[in-house]
Design a protein around this ligand. Structure first.
Ligand code: B3K
Ligand code: ZN
Length: 884
């Protein structure tokens, strides 16, 4: 397929005002009757109508009730010589949902019918102008077998239902809100629902429903609570209310992504809706809360105001991720719990987005071209996009941002718009802000790929009591962008004295001090900021709360970092200081320069954090966890995954040993959380207890001391919730304990009927720390397990992503077996589900930075995938970019 370019955008030649769809649902052959009211765009007189269609059989085309001549070329139905007046267009097609293994369009799962239309799935249902700037009002009639598919759902309001004959029934749905076709959805299945009536601040009544398989009703309470909390949060924070009488969530087991924000009918991967204490971990509970919120928030940011074209994807995704992150922080409550959430978000950004920005898939938040748009639902569009919105929020303030949002909806409600329109609205509502003064430059965040580096140098004059901070920025070239213009970078900061005081900041030239933190705006390649009346030499605490998605090179020595770790008022930077201290030691161990032994000072500092009565357990767990192997790899020009693994495992073991008594203390203090509740305090306690347990098992394993593995096994059996059970199982598996196989088989036996738990079972084994090639061999063997299948994305990912993305040391083998295995799976999955295959294909994005022999072997594997006949565009795009 050719590249599609942002600069080639043209408005559609026709509008489709209304759509009346009738589905006669049958897995083998579903008939779709599509009646549209079409109107020519007067700007394009004489143009032909080109409707997209893929994998569907055309049986009839009528214009104003009369058969007309048509052509089908390049997966488009082309109609020439259409009238200038509005006309009725009727199209009949059939499709085979039971054979749709791509899970895009209309497909079957667990005996029901489901749809996924974003980005280009609607064309797999009927011929249409499958682009987000064509918005229509929908009426949908569903006809299906009554026994097999008792529940018939589509967007909007149910206006009619009844029997067709003894076996079949029907339902009619109308959605009053015009929408792009990617927001269309239908469900026909045997489901039950949890229902909740709510009254919103506007005084309107709404019906909320969550539809699941009969056995899963006891896992829907948390999602319902999250939905209700999201509804009131959006009203309070942004004045945005639910605009539908009925809001439905449906859970489905076979789904390519997390969830989908179809108007009034969100369809969710079961993984992000089902949760109860027995089957879901604290992390799962948190994910359910944020994904439910995310999809709900899309109702305004995405649905009421949508994207003009798919290059604008971050208009809705970056903004909606920002909104769900803010929501989760507010739900977390305390300042410390908010900071924990921020640290987790930044960790994700660094783990997923920074490498993307530094590899062959680097693209701007608003991409310039693509081959397969589904490849651009990326960490850059989502997470970096959210950081861009967050920087705007920082530059205009919370109240200013709310004003900007108001203006955005005043201007654009009901329209399909661009990222420029969003930035303009936020800026226009805040005419005096730093954002507005530099709006054009700020938008480099949308157009330039790559992670900027900020260098900071400070110098103190004891004589003048001044502290001069010199900041500079640069950004490495990325594909197609050899030179970058400077970004607008908000640098939240403060100055910390070695004795622990957070100093009052007084910028030179200003009348008064401004408190103990401020935001400097770095917009030039280099800038100098001078602080006056600085009583002692300070340590700069820069980029507090991670105020911009950049790599900060502050070159602080250990002393300065220890000061920040102990005294910074910003919890994010305390954590960051610990990460830097640990990273420095990890990199020394990897390079072989410098001691492989951890220094007592570092160990003492971590002990201080662990034993600090003022700090929350969740924060301690984050500080005491070493940076991931992926993050270490990110820092290196040449990556030897085995060396990184060995170095990290060795440091981890040293921490396990050196803090042995402290881990025992931590375990004893935190392991009893009482009745399960997923709140931040109890989940933090569980996280720390589980870390302690795994450290104790690790240490025990090297000393052949079975005490702690015995305790872990007991815990595994007794735990009253999945977090603790899986924590204990993980401690056994990750320390390669003798008891691990027994625990694993008990676990499988106990949860054999819970697919989401069986996914965890696969993941745990495939992501275990590699030891003598056993983990790789085990993962490979698990492909043959009767529960394994490539057809269910969750299951395929549970094993393959765990091995190929999360477990570098098991995957990158000197004998290349990991790459051979990877290429075989990408090729195999590509014939089933190209979107899924393309995700797996990205596991070798960074092959160029690998050391030999990995590099050559990885290249060969990529070449083998590239050579597959009929390779999908999705995978072709990933592999082509990698090899370029
Ligand atoms: N908008 C959907 C993603 C659609 C995936 C297309 N391949 C989920 C979300 O971001 O809410
Ligand atoms: Zn989204």
């Amino acid at each position: 397929a050719p590249l599609i370019r942002r600069e080639d955008y043209t408005a559609p030649a026709f509008w489709i005002r209304t759509v009346d769809l009738t589905f006669d649902l049958d897995p083998a052959k579903t008939l779709v009757i599509n009646k549209m009211a079409v109107e020519r765009n007067p700007d394009q007189p004489g143009a032909s109508l080109r409707l997209d269609g893929e994998d569907i059989n055309l049986t009839r085309v009528l214009v104003d009730g009369e058969p007309v001549s048509f052509r089908v070329e390049n997966q488009q139905l082309v109609l020439d010589n259409l009238p200038d007046q509005p006309f009725a267009l009727e199209i009949r097609t059939t499709c085979a949902p039971g054979k749709n293994t791509q899970l895009s369009g209309l497909y079957t799962s667990g005996g029901g019918f489901f749809t996924q239309c974003e980005a280009l799935g609607f064309r797999r249902i009927t011929y249409f102008l499958d682009r987000p700037d064509v918005m229509s009002v929908y009426k949908v009639t569903l006809k299906a077998d009554k026994l097999k598919y008792p529940v018939l759902l589509s967007n909007g309001n149910l206006v009619e239902q009844g029997a067709i004959d003894a076996d079949r029934h029907y339902a009619v749905w109308e959605d009053p809100h015009p929408k792009p076709c990617y927001l269309f959805a239908l469900v026909a299945a045997d489901l039950v629902s949890r229902e909740q009536r709510v009254r919103t601040r506007l005084g309107k009544e709404h019906l909320l429903q969550i539809f699941v398989r009969a056995g899963d009703l006891d896992k829907t309470e948390h999602a319902m609570q999250s939905l209700m909390a999201s509804i009131s949060w959006d009203e309070i924070r942004f004045g945005l209310s639910l605009d539908l009488e009925r809001f439905m969530i449906v859970a489905v087991s076979d789904f390519n992504m997390g969830a989908m924000e179809n108007k009034g009918l969100n369809i969710f991967n079961t993984k992000f809706v089902l949760a109860n204490p027995a089957t879901a971990t604290d992390v799962d509970f948190g994910n359910v809360e944020s994904v439910v919120a995310h999809e709900y928030f899309h109702n305004w940011t995405g649905n009421r105001v949508t994207c003009r074209d798919w290059f604008q994807l971050s208009l809705k995704e970056g903004l909606t991720v920002f909104r769900d992150q803010q929501f989760s922080q507010d739900m977390a409550g305390s300042a410390s719990a908010r900071a924990v959430k921020r640290i987790e978000d930044v960790r994700t950004l660094r783990q997923l987005q920074f490498p993307e920005d530094a590899g062959p898939m680097a693209h701007p938040v608003r991409p310039d071209s693509y081959m397969a748009i589904d490849n651009f639902y990326t960490a850059t569009v989502y997470e970096k996009g959210a950081e861009v919105v967050r920087m705007m929020h920082t530059l205009v303030g919370e109240a200013g941002f709310a004003e900007g949002m108001k203006l955005y909806f005043q201007r654009h409600d009901g329209h399909a718009v661009t990222c420029d329109d969003f930035a303009q609205a936020i800026a226009d509502a805040n005419p005096e802000s730093e954002l507005t003064k530099r709006l054009d430059q700020f938008k480099h965040w949308y157009t330039q790929a790559g992670t900027p580096r900020v260098q900071a140098r400070g110098s103190y004059s004891a004589e003048h009591k001044t502290y001069t901070l010199h900041l500079s920025q640069n950004c490495a070239p990325t594909a197609g962008q050899p030179a970058k213009l400077p970004f607008v970078i908000p640098v939240a900061m403060g100055l910390v004295a070695h004795d622990g005081r957070n100093l009052n900041l007084h910028l030179e030239g200003e009348a008064l001090p401004i408190g103990t933190d401020t935001v400097l705006v770095l917009s030039e390649p280099e800038q100098t900021f001078t602080f006056v009346h600085v009583p002692v030499e300070p340590v700069p605490s820069l980029l507090r709360g991670f105020s911009a998605p950049v790599v900060l090179q502050a070159e602080l020595g250990d002393d300065a970092l220890f000061t920040l770790l102990t005294h910074d008022k910003d919890p994010f930077n305390r954590w960051e200081a610990a990460q830097r201290l640990a990273l420095r030691r990890l990199l020394q161990a990897v390079s072989g320069h410098g001691p492989a032994e951890l220094d007592p000072r570092f160990i003492q500092a971590l002990r201080g954090v662990l034993r600090n009565a003022e700090l929350d357990a969740a924060f301690k767990e984050l500080v005491l966890t070493l940076p991931s192997e992926a993050y270490v790899a990110e820092q290196l020009d040449t990556v030897d995954p085995q060396r990184i693994h060995t170095a990290r495992e060795s440091l981890k073991l040293q921490l396990a040993k050196a803090l042995h008594e402290d881990w025992i203390w931590a375990w004893e203090q935190h392991n009893d959380c009482g009745a399960y509740s997923p709140d931040p305090v109890s989940s933090g306690r569980r996280a720390l207890a589980n870390l302690a347990l795994s450290m104790l098992c690790l240490d025990g394993a090297t000393r052949h001391n079975p005490i702690w593995t015995g305790k872990a096994f007991q815990r595994f059996k007794d735990a009253n919730n999945m977090t603790d059970r899986l924590g204990a199982l993980g401690a056994l598996v990750n320390s390669h304990a003798d008891l691990a196989p027994d625990a694993l088989s008990r676990f499988h036996e106990q949860f054999r009927d819970e697919p989401l738990v069986i996914d965890k079972w696969f993941t745990l084994q495939a992501a275990a720390p590699e030891k003598d090639g056993k983990v790789f061999a085990r993962a490979k063997a698990l492909m043959q397990h009767p529960d394994f299948t490539l057809r269910t994305p969750n299951r395929a990912r549970s094993l393959l992503m765990a091995l190929c993305q999360m477990n570098p040391a098991a995957f990158h083998r000197p004998d290349a077996a990991g790459y051979v295995f990877w290429a075989d799976r990408v090729i195999e999955i590509d014939s089933i589900n190209p979107q899924l295959a393309a995700r797996l294909a990205r596991a070798l994005d960074h092959w160029r930075r690998l050391a030999e022999p990995y590099r050559t072997a990885a290249r060969e594997a990529l070449g083998r995938v590239m050579a597959k006949p009929d390779l999908s565009d999705d995978v072709r795009e990933i592999v082509t970019r990698a090899l370029q």
